[in-house]
Structures are given as structure tokens and as C-alpha cells.
Design a protein around this ligand. Structure first.
Ligand SMILES: [Fe+2]
Length: 140
């Protein structure tokens, strides 16, 4: 459904690694849904993991943006908030509508992540790269 490839790179190792982790957790959920492996404990665990990692990752980027006074912070956070809003009840699901719910949620997540990385995070990556270059130059 979604696989990491170099086109997703935002030229920041930590953010790239977090995106890889996020994609791998999404893939775990996809696998559970596709194999109809609806073990309640298993699916609850993995969805909790996904929810927690989304939170951790978005906060990591936002802390970086604040730290370095990123000029497009407001726009970027607004996009994060869209995902937060859409996934806020991710753990509350109807067991009878699991397939439908997760198909919708997963399609949204994959679409959001792909678009967000390609358009919004890449812009942040460029900025961070410039800052690093400037900082290196300052040290010289
Ligand atoms: Fe982001």
C-alpha cells in the first residue's frame, strides 16, 4: 500500500527515519486488516502504537520548527492538525465495521502522509538543510 522510497526523503535523517517508522506501523495495520486477522488485542495494540507514533512524530517536527523559528510553522501545524482531527478517535472502533473503518482511515492516512511529506515536509527539510549549512559556515 505504501512503501518507503528515496523520493520521500526530506534530506533530514531523523525525520526520514520517523517517516519510515510511521510507514512501517501503517503497513502493520494494513496487514492485519488485509489478512482479516481481527484479533482484538492485536489490533488494539497496533492502533495504539500508530496513534502514539503520530503524536510523537508531529510534535517532534513542531518542536524543531519552533526551535529554529521556521517561517511556515503556522501552515505546517495546520496540516498536522488536520491529521490529528481525522485520527483522534482512531482507537474507538466498531468491531462490526472494522474493515470499512480501517480501509477509510488507512486510505486517508496514506494519502495524507504521501502528500504531506512530498509538499510540506520537504519544504521544512530544505529549510533545516539551509540552517545546517549556515551553522557550519558560522563555525568555519
Ligand atoms: Fe510534517
Amino acid at each position: 500500500m505504501i512503501n518507503w522510497n528515496d523520493n520521500f526523503s526530506v534530506n533530514n535523517t531523523e525525520i526520514d527515519d520517523q517517516h519510515k517508522e510511521l510507514i512501517s506501523i501503517i503497513e502493520e495495520v494494513v496487514l492485519v486488516v488485509h489478512t482479516k486477522d481481527y484479533n482484538f488485542i492485536k489490533i488494539t495494540e497496533i492502533v495504539a502504537k500508530l496513534e502514539e507514533y503520530i503524536k510523537v512524530h508531529l510534535e517532534y517536527e513542531e518542536n524543531l520548527m519552533v526551535k529554529y523559528s521556521y517561517p511556515f510553522l503556522e501552515f505546517h501545524v495546520k496540516d498536522h492538525n488536520e491529521l490529528r482531527y481525522r485520527t483522534q478517535n482512531i482507537k474507538v472502533f466498531d468491531v462490526n465495521k472494522l474493515d470499512e473503518f480501517y480501509t477509510d482511515t488507512l486510505i486517508y492516512l496514506v494519502d495524507w502522509l504521501t502528500r504531506h511529506i512530498m509538499q510540506v515536509d520537504k519544504q521544512l527539510g530544505e529549510f533545516l538543510l539551509e540552517i545546517d549549512v549556515k551553522q557550519c559556515k558560522d563555525k568555519e
